[in-house]
Write a protein that binds this ligand. Structure first.
Ligand SMILES: Nc1ncnc2c1ncn2[C@@H]1O[C@H](COP(=O)(O)OP(=O)(O)OP(=O)(O)O)[C@@H](O)[C@H]1O
Length: 574
């Protein structure tokens, strides 16, 4: 709960009004049975004047109660909504500053559940809390005292009723708490299965995986159903216990008092008032029980939210707002890197230098560490040992904005954000004019298809850019990488979906227009890096060879083997 305190403080006026309106509501609720008793006694005595006067008062009290209730609901909702909105924004902002490794540690679907489901749980408990938290103890205490004042000899009926109800609630809460934690995990599993299915829907369809996917989903969904049913089971036995106990208490009170009603007619009014108080006590205890179960569920959600808010990003940047890019030379000095959780390093003792404006090609078998190496240049991870330098400066000493201004990283499957083409380009270069967009799109060989779209650069980009083909997406991603004219441009298999002619045109345009940019090209095809000033051959995370195409053909067995295989394949095709 400590984590919520600063949020409540922001809404202190709404919190105060919510709490004060509860006092009005409880006062009206508690006083009504007393007045009713007076009215009934007056009816029995046929005292019309008192009936009229107290009746009006009773009506006024009921209206006051309604006003108190409405005001309380409005202000509780304002606090709950405000706190939930602020929590969501803070979580989102926090995640933006997470290192890539932190996002991977939590997983994307886990973070989505924390931002949606867990925040909803908090919203519900805050709403219920401000409606009930002062109302329950006040109502309970007030009704208890007034019930005893009304019929002092019946005090033990109330104690027995409460003891049974509290015991039942306590047992149910003990059982339900562990199921609440399981529910959140199961919701997450359902989300993960659904997300993976929808994102990979083409694979699912082309491999006729629908039956398997349905089975996988049913399994995750059945687990969620089973846990939710267990919670429902405890709720379902709790409610009848509450009402049975209350009815028994009422029956007992009526039985004990009923025998004396003929001799004391005023007991009729008193028993009516007593039963009302019993019901109010019951209401307070039931709602207290619900609040406890809600709270135990919300405590788990609050814990999950705090975990995100309190996570210190595993990577920090030097505090500086400088955006000036550095020079484009890159150097790796005995760099070793292990992914979090792995026991073997993925990159081992990697050293090389690339001059600013040069082209570096990286080849190697799948899984040899090419992407990992590129990620260290963009500082998505830090090495375990050794140094990665850009413009002669250790990347750990470069301010974040300066690093992003220096390095642009284009992936094979880059994410374009939904919106428009120009919106995506302006994310990288906010001041981008039409001329800049055209220039970048020309380099990426994208202008030809963009300019055929009815809205050209303002054409919509749908969710997951599904309104563009694989090759078009790659061209758009390269356009975005190029538009800020970065000092270092990393193309990680970024032209894999382009035909040979288009790829050649991109290469020629880059050679012509990005003369001072250092390009790092990771490619499966030797043809993509054949003209590089330097090529690194990676093998099992180590550099097995380095040089130009001609040099490597003479000196490196792995490079020769890759080249011969690809040449043979091309000749086979011809
Ligand atoms: N986020 C990660 N966490 C743990 N291990 C990872 C992670 N990403 C990659 N790896 C592992 O690191 C190794 C190198 O992966 P990397 O993606 O760098 O290879 P690559 O040479 O780019 O492969 P490909 O040509 O198939 O893209 C692989 O064994 C891979 O399983």
């Amino acid at each position: 709960m400590k984590v919520l305190m600063p949020y409540f403080k922001r809404y202190h006026v709404d919190v105060t009004i919510a709490m004060l309106s509860v006092i009005v509501l409880v006062f009206a609720t508690l006083w009504q049975p007393r007045l009713l008793q007076v009215v009934m006694t007056a009816i029995i005595k046929d005292d019309q004047q008192t009936v009229f006067r107290e009746g009006i008062l009773l009506l006024g009290l009921a209206v006051l109660g309604i006003i108190g209730g409405v005001v309380n609901t409005i202000y509780s909702a304002r606090v709950a909504l405000g706190v939930a909105t602020d929590l969501r924004s803070d979580l989102y902002a926090k995640i933006q500053f997470f290192a890539y490794a932190d996002v991977e540690k939590f997983s994307a679907s886990n973070l989505v559940v924390r931002m949606t489901n867990d925040v909803n749980q908090v919203q519900q408990i805050v709403m219920a809390g401000f409606q009930q938290i002062t109302r329950i103890p006040l109502l309970f205490l007030g009704a208890f005292i007034l019930a005893i004042v009304t019929m002092p000899e019946q005090w033990w009926v109330i104690i027995v009723m409460m003891a049974i109800i509290l015991l039942a609630t306590w047992i149910a809460v003990q059982h339900m708490t562990k199921y609440f934690a399981e529910t959140q995990q199961d919701i997450e599993n359902v989300n993960t299965v659904t997300r993976e299915n929808l994102m990979g829907i083409r694979v699912v369809k082309s491999f006729v995986q629908e039956p398997n996917e349905i089975k996988k989903f049913s399994h995750a969904s059945d687990q969620l159903t089973a846990v939710t049913a267990k919670i429902g089971y405890w709720f379902s036995i709790l409610m009848p216990i509450f009402f049975l106990t209350a009815n028994l208490a009422v029956g007992m009170a009526v039985y004990l008092v009923g025998q004396n009603i003929t001799t004391h007619p005023s007991y009729l009014a008193a028993i009516t008032s007593f039963i009302s108080y019993l019901m109010q006590i019951l209401y307070a205890v039931i709602n207290g029980g619900f609040l406890m179960t809600f709270a135990s569920r919300a405590v788990i959600s609050i814990g999950r939210i705090s975990e995100v808010l309190e996570t210190q990003p595993s990577m920090t940047y030097v505090a500086s707002e400088t955006e000036s890019p550095l020079a484009g030379d890159i150097s790796f000095d005995h760099v070793t890197f292990t992914y979090p959780g792995d026991d073997q390093p993925t990159l081992k003792d990697v050293s090389f230098n690339v001059a600013a404006g040069a082209m570096l090609g990286i080849v190697g078998a799948t899984g040899s560490g090419k992407t990992t190496l590129a990620q260290l240049i963009a500082r998505l991870y830090d090495p375990d040992s050794g140094q990665v330098k850009i413009g002669g400066v250790d990347v750990r000493q470069i301010p974040e904005k300066a690093l992003r201004a220096t390095v642009a990283y284009v992936l094979q499957r880059s994410t374009l954000f939904s919106g428009t083409i120009s919106g995506n380009l302006k994310q990288v270069r906010p001041d981008a004019q039409a001329s800049h967009m055209r220039w970048a799109a020309n380099v990426a060989q994208a202008s030809e298809f963009i300019e055929r779209l009815p809205q050209t650069y303002d054409a919509p980009v749908e969710e997951r850019s599904q309104n563009f083909s694989g090759g078009q997406k790659q061209r758009l991603a390269i356009t975005r990488g190029v538009i800020a004219d970065p000092e270092i441009l990393i193309l990680d298999d970024a032209t894999s979906a382009l035909d040979a002619r288009s790829e050649k045109l991109v290469q020629e345009a880059m050679d012509r227009d990005l003369t001072s940019t250092t390009t790092v090209v990771i490619a499966e095809k030797i043809a993509s890096i054949i003209r590089a000033d330097q090529i690194l051959v990676l093998d099992g995370g180590r550099i097995s060879g380095s040089g130009t195409h001609q040099q490597l053909l003479q000196t490196n067995d792995i490079y020769q083997a890759i080249y011969q295989t690809q040449k043979a394949r091309e000749e086979g095709v011809k």
